[in-house]
Design a protein around this ligand. Sequence first.
Ligand SMILES: [Fe+2]
Ligand SMILES: [Fe+2]
Length: 166
Amino acid sequence: MIDKAVEKRLNDQINEELNSYYIYLSMEAYFESESLDGFATWMEMQAQEEMEHAMRIFRYLNERRGRVKLQPIEEPKADWNSPQEAFEDAYEHEQYITRKIDELVDLAEEKEDKATRNMLEWFVEEQVEEEASTEAIVDKIKMVGESGPGLLTLDNALGRRQATDE
Ligand SMILES: [Fe+2]
Ligand SMILES: [Fe+2]
């Protein structure tokens, strides 16, 4: 039987991942409205990944005979002033999620819950990639600056992201 405090925090993390899904879906809609189809595709893939993250914890909690309790998803921000602003938000959000995962690891260790600690290892590694990929895109957007052709080239590159890419 899983520790009650761990169960509660895993449920909170399912909610964080679903909130992430919603945030990136909202960013997808923003990019669609700006005719930046490649940026939108990238965000669609990102959103799908977040849903998978939520389901990973969902399945784990069921396996541990814990009780999944879904919580309300917050209304996401709908508009950004620029692609740079949206990706800066994404990078900031991933840093926030990393802190949440780290707190969960601390709790699992405190409760000596080795199975949860083990399951979280995947998330620890995933967050390194999540921060790196969003930060790299912020850097690239800064490089192209106000350049229309630069932004279109970047849009093309981001549009090549596949569902299987990490
Ligand atoms: Fe995630
Ligand atoms: Fe993420």
